[in-house]
Each structure stands twice: as C-alpha cells, then as structure tokens.
Ligand binder design. Sequence first.
Ligand code: MN3
Length: 206
Amino acid sequence: MPLDKAKVPFTLPKLPYAEDALAPVISAKTISFHYGKHHATYVKTLNELIAGTAYEGLSLDEIVVRAAADKDAAARKIFNNAAQAWNHDFYWHSMIPKSVAPAGKIKGALEKNFGDLDAFKKAFAQAAVGQFGSGWTWLVKGKDGALKIEATSNADTPIAHGGRPLLVVDVWEHAYYLDYQNRRADHVAAWLDKLVNWSFADQNLG
Ligand code: MN3
C-alpha cells in the first residue's frame, strides 16, 4: 500500500544554524521563543486544522495558495497558520551567521533595480520600519523579472499572489522585542548589515 500522504502531518523544519548563531543581532533567547514556540505552534495548529479536511495531504505551498482563495472563516485560519509556517521557514533561511556581500546574479539584479546595495538597504529599511502593525517585508522578483520590495500584513505572503520571494524579514514584534524592544529601525539596520543570506537570495532568483 502506498504511503498515505494525508496521514503524514507537517513537522517543524530544522533551523539551518544553532540558536545562538545570530547573536548579538538576534539572541538565542529570541530564537528559542520565535522558533521553538511561535513557529512550532503554527505547524502544530496547522496539523490540527487540516485533519479531515480537503487540505489534508496537500503540500504546504498548495495549502497556502488554495486557502488564500477561499474566504470562509475555517480557510482563513488554515491560511494564517500555513502561511506563517511557510514564511518562518523562509525567514530562517534568509539569514546566515556571517553575512557576506551579494555576489553573482543577485548583485547585478540589485544594481539594475535599486542602483546599489546601499540604496536597496535604504529602501528596504524604509518599508520594514514604515510597516504598520505585524507583518513581513520581502524582496521579491515580479512576473516582469524586476525586483521589488513588498510589505505583507500579518500572515500574508507573496506566494499567495504568484510572487517569487527572494528574502524576508519578520517585523512582528516577537522577532525583535526581547533584543530591541520598540526599536524596530535599529533591528532592521543590524539585520541588513549583519544577517542577510545573499547566497539564498541568489538561489531564489532562479
Ligand atoms: Mn515570526
């Protein structure tokens, strides 16, 4: 009998580095709550919500896309938890303990679309700091091939709208409050200077 995919729940993906590897920008304490509690709860809740529904057995990407198009209340809860599970996994990979400057295709794409790395950082920081409430700030590749900065609220994610994410920063307060309290601007500036995984962004360019 083939493996019944519908009976396999989602599991919390492994962090790509140790919990203390992003300190001092993001402390081990923040990661232990953010990954070990927040991200873990989205995965656990998603498994509970999809059990016995038409969503059971679909891939995480498929659940995000289908639930985004379904406006009933149960689908909204499924969307929120599936998108948060997806966004957090993408976020962990958007960071690396020792960030190195962009190289290869991503370097050229940043120069073409923003002028240079500093101009990109300035525009990205402005979007992340200016975002009201909880959400995410993304670097995405649009359907026309141009790179764009996009802010999404709460759980929303570019993959629900056909976008191709290259990088993301989490601007929910749980991502930085233990380390920076209300100073989101300082957190985003340090994140851009010290933690961006440009090689991940380069791979995502395709
Ligand atoms: Mn988060």
